[in-house]
Design a protein around this ligand. Structure first.
Ligand code: NAP
Ligand code: 8YV
Length: 323
């Protein structure tokens, strides 16, 4: 795509340098965050913008953007979870929304297993113990174990299944909850998060963030998980009632938690950071160089494919007619 026919693509906030460079190769890229007066700049170029490339830093992409961009055809999102985009409103206006499924499932599943083991076997605590020179005073305390535990997966989708495949090799019982039973799946199905928690010693949340999943894990679910229970959240912070989780960890309602996601990232409450029975990661589920490059590649490929063929590669479920 060269010359006067180059398509105009808006990037409201900075994305990875590789994504910026790749978009710039094929499109006229508008870097809104670099403009001294973004509002005025947008007013000047809005009528030409046919594509948007966005990640979490762009904030909420909804009718307020769509109203201002009358020629917008596609919003290409970096990340599989796209709760920051009003995809229903986009669909109603005929705007395609794409996300980045498929290229990060295995990476996020690897991280989930690592976080689960780190939380159970106290790996960060053990590392700090050695660094502090405390080993010379005596051995590190014995940890809880994965042996004999039952693992519940809240959200047996693409990533949940990749987690389950790994857990198959750990010789643990696996069960799941989703809104629907999956007949082709052999793992035990439970029809509510509380029912799943009641038969689990480790509960792993990997559902999308949405109104429907908000506080799916609440006081009752944590109570059902029980005093030896471990909660792992690699989904979204909104999926768990964070205050209820902190209380459950403080009071021993559950044993421990391993968290990659939080209610108000990057702000993690002091009360959570102070808890010794947590392992806290800064939302790094997909954050390897290899996988982030693949995600960025898919963002750009979606834009290219749409403007070359009129079809998007990975449209989200709400997009009714992706080409
Ligand atoms: P997916 O393939 O769409 O699977 C989502 C699963 O959640 C489905 O099995 C679905 O089953 C279940 N689900 C959806 N709504 C539900 C509800 N209201 N109650 C119970 N279960 C529900 O998605 P995915 O690719 O596995 O990704 C899942 C999420 O992981 C993403 O949306 C994102 O938020 C998060 N994520 C986090 C990281 C990280 O870095 N930590 C990285 C990637 C993704 P039913 O339809 O049967 O309910
Ligand atoms: C990314 C994620 O960290 O894909 C997702 O839904 O949560 C992660 O892979 C995030 O989208 C990048 O901002």
């Amino acid at each position: 795509m060269t010359g006067p026919d180059r398509v105009d693509v808006l990037m409201p906030a900075p994305m990875a340098p590789d994504v910026i460079n790749a978009v710039e190769q094929d499109f006229t890229l508008h870097r809104l965050w670099e403009q001294p007066d973004p509002d005025r700049y947008l007013a000047a170029v809005a009528a030409r913008i046919r594509g948007m490339a966005v990640g979490g830093a762009a904030g909420r992409i909804d009718g307020r953007w769509f109203d201002r961009l009358p020629a917008l055809e596609i919003v290409a999102h970096f990340g599989v979870g796209y709760e920051t985009i009003d995809a229903t409103d986009a669909a109603a206006r005929g705007i395609v929304v794409t996300n980045t499924p498929g290229v990060l499932d295995e990476e996020v599943a690897d991280l989930t297993i690592g976080l689960m083991l780190a939380t159970l076997r106290l790996l960060p605590q053990a590392d700090r113990f050695v660094r502090a020179g405390d080993w010379r005073q005596g051995p590190f305390p014995l940890s809880p174990s994965l042996r004999g535990r039952r693992v519940g997966i809240l959200g047996l989708g693409a990533i949940g299944k990749a987690v389950a495949r790994r857990l198959d090799g750990f010789d643990v019982a696996i069960a799941y909850h989703g809104r629907s039973r999956q007949p082709e799946v052999a793992y035990a199905y439970h029809d509510s998060p509380a029912a799943l928690a009641a038969v689990s010693d480790v509960l792993i949340a990997i559902v999308p963030g949405s109104a429907g999943t908000r506080h799916l894990v609440d006081t009752a679910v944590l109570g059902a998980l029980g005093a030896q229970g471990v909660f792992i959240n690699v989904a979204r912070g909104s999926v768990v009632d964070q205050d209820a989780l902190i209380a459950a960890l403080q009071q021993g309602t559950i044993l421990a938690a391993g968290l990659d996601v939080y209610e108000d990232e990057p702000n993690v409450p002091v009360s959570l950071r102070a808890l010794p029975n947590t392992v806290l990661l800064p939302h790094i589920g997909s954050a390897s160089k290899r996988t982030r490059a693949a995600m960025g590649g898919l963002v750009v490929d979606n834009l290219r494919e749409w403007f070359e063929t009129g079809r998007a590669l990975t449209p989200v479920a709400e997009t009714p007619n992706p080409g």
